[in-house]
Design a protein. Structure first.
Ligand SMILES: *Cc1c(COP(=O)(O)O)cnc(C)c1O
Length: 465
């Protein structure tokens, strides 16, 4: 691509983001009406001018989306995207990089590994030959990879015999506030929902490690269950809680169980010298989930799975075939060390962002969002609301007497705020609380004090409505 095309892609990405900020965050539309409109506007039974087709697609997306890149979208970890990541994603699509085997896309594969080594260093690992890391479609795939790799590690016969060949049922442990992707992971592995042990949490919504130890001991005592994995979450989805990672690491060391850290969103804190101390202990994990499409502000579909046990990764994923090009000495073929076969260059945009921003630039983005989180907490308190979670990360769960007393509900307030077009927040159920509360996360690096003030005003208006 000519260099001027890069500049225009960057400018387009930026211009669209700025335009969106002047409009409503969300629109509501009935599924059947939208289905009809799409069929009408986008006929598939004849060829059309591509400019026209793309303009139609953009018009539909713009009118009918919750705009997660809007500075007043305070939702579920869906970020504004850094313009250079949009350009890099378009660029890799143009070349259609195929990363199943290293030899087909050596440059893209090495650019990705370069980014992953940087991420490993931020975790506190040495970026040496023992690192096995790859980009995934997201946190779900990364967490599934953790389950598969931990199974392969704990039960040497598993790859061949499956779970039927095991003397006891494998069970894994995740805090009650952990992510539900582990439910799907155990289903996919043929273990069933009962294989997930939800460990109680303390008043700060963090895993109770004494309860974890008890649960593992009890399961082992029955002889029917085989504990093989503990998940510590660094930044829970509902409330941004960080499990006590060092205590979990101690328990896993002593009891001989794989420690996976799910830092899908919270991993971003590692880029900030101010915040990274809150994730201490993550470096003791055997594997880590870290989504670039969350706090690293990269486009949807870019997660990462990082692991320090190459033998386990190989035992989990390695499948040989007679038709794939043979491997090159000194490089892994991505399809033999991960879940995907054909794969696009998911991580090239991540590398583009790391290189464009540099450590200080990325730290500034993360710290700005953390500061906006603090501003939101302070503003909510001033406006007479109550903050009910405790986290250094920019995720605020809050309520009001009128919600607690049942005069209104968090869902009603969220709906009112959404309909106003001003902002987007969601209701959330936290452990040990009867009624749902409101949840607002700073997900956009474009969010400023004025956006925070607008959210608080919209919530206050909804409470008074
Ligand atoms: C978002 C999230 C996931 C799931 O990741 P996806 O990228 O949505 O598949 C898993 N764990 C945590 C803690 C998350 O926040």
């Amino acid at each position: 691509m000519p260099r001027s095309s890069f500049a225009s892609l960057l400018a387009t990405a930026d211009a669209i983001a700025r335009q969106l900020a002047n409009g409503p965050v969300a629109t509501r539309v009935a599924p059947a009406a939208l289905r009809r409109l799409v069929a009408e506007r986008l006929p598939l039974d004849r060829a059309q001018d591509p400019d026209q087709v793309l303009a139609t697609i953009e018009d539909l997306i713009r009118r009918f989306s919750v705009h997660v890149t809007h500075p007043r979208y305070f939702g579920l970890f869906n970020p504004s995207v850094l313009p250079e990541t949009v350009a890099a994603a378009a660029l890799t699509a143009v070349y259609n990089c195929q990363e199943a085997v290293w030899s087909h896309a050596p440059a893209a594969a090495e650019i990705e590994q370069h980014a992953l080594r940087r991420m490993a260093t931020l975790i506190g690992w040495s970026a040496d030959a023992a690192l096995r890391a790859h980009f995934t479609s997201g946190g779900q795939e990364a967490n599934l990879s953790a389950v598969v790799v931990a199974l392969a590690h704990a039960f040497p016969g598993w790859a061949e015999q499956g779970v039927r060949g095991l003397p006891a049922d494998p069970v894994l442990y995740v805090a009650g506030e952990g992510h539900h992707s582990f439910i799907r992971a155990v289903r996919v592995c043929g273990l069933g929902d009962a294989a997930v042990r939800w460990v109680p949490v303390d008043a700060q919504l963090r895993m109770d490690v004494a309860a974890l130890r008890d649960a593992i001991a009890e399961d082992r005592a029955t002889g029917r269950h085989a504990p093989f994995l503990v998940v510590g979450t660094a930044g829970t989805t509902a409330a941004g809680a960080i499990d006590p990672l060092p205590a979990i690491a101690d328990a896993c060391d002593e009891l001989g169980v794989w420690f996976h850290c799910d830092a899908a969103w919270g991993g971003g804190a590692l880029l900030s010298p101010t915040l990274r101390g809150h994730l201490a202990g993550i470096e003791r994990a055997h594997s880590v989930t870290w989504d670039a499409h969350k706090w690293l502000s990269c486009p949807m579909g870019s997660g990462a799975f990082l692991c320090r046990r190459p033998d386990a990764v190989a035992a989990a994923f390695d499948v040989a075939s007679g038709y794939m090009p043979s491997a090159r000495e000194g490089a892994d073929d991505p399809h033999r060390v991960s879940m995907q076969w054909s794969r696009r260059a998911i991580g090239v945009p991540v590398a583009a962002a790391l290189a464009t921003r540099g450590p200080d630039g990325y730290a500034a983005l993360i710290d700005h969002q953390a500061a906006m989180g603090d501003a939101l907490r302070a503003g909510l308190l001033r406006a007479g609301l109550r903050v009910v979670n405790d986290t250094p990360l920019p995720l605020v769960c809050f309520t009001h007497d009128r919600i607690d007393s049942g005069t209104t509900t968090a869902a009603a307030i969220a709906r009112h705020v959404e309909r106003s077009g001003v902002a987007w927040v969601s209701p959330v159920k936290l452990a040990a609380r009867e009624s749902r509360v409101l949840r607002a996360c700073i997900t956009s690096f474009r969010t400023e004090q004025g956006d925070v003030d607008a959210l608080i005003a919209a919530v206050t208006a909804a409470l008074d409505a």
